[in-house]
Unconditional design. Structure first.
Length: 82
């Protein structure tokens, strides 16, 4: 179940409903005035950007600091994730 925000154009009430994502939600009425002239509100959703992880943030230093994994001689090890 998900929560959806709605706005009643008749009485200016903002309200929230809980419904399945697959539900068509044609049944939604204003809880205040019981009006059917409602519209769904869409809030912004924040999705953090994917960033490339630098080698130094994984414990691999480009300035001679070595690796944090003793079994990796090449600076990158798929077996330990470094």
């Amino acid at each position: 179940m998900a929560y959806y925000d709605y706005y009643c154009e008749k009485c200016d009430l903002k309200f929230e409903i809980q419904a399945s994502m697959s539900d068509d939600r044609k049944w939604v009425k204003c809880p205040g005035c019981k009006g059917k002239k409602v519209r769904q509100l869409f809030d912004g959703v924040y999705i953090p950007p994917k960033t490339k992880t630098s080698k130094s943030s994984k414990g691999i230093s480009g300035s001679g600091g070595g690796t944090s994994c003793s079994s990796c001689s090449g600076g990158s090890c798929s077996s330990c994730g470094m």
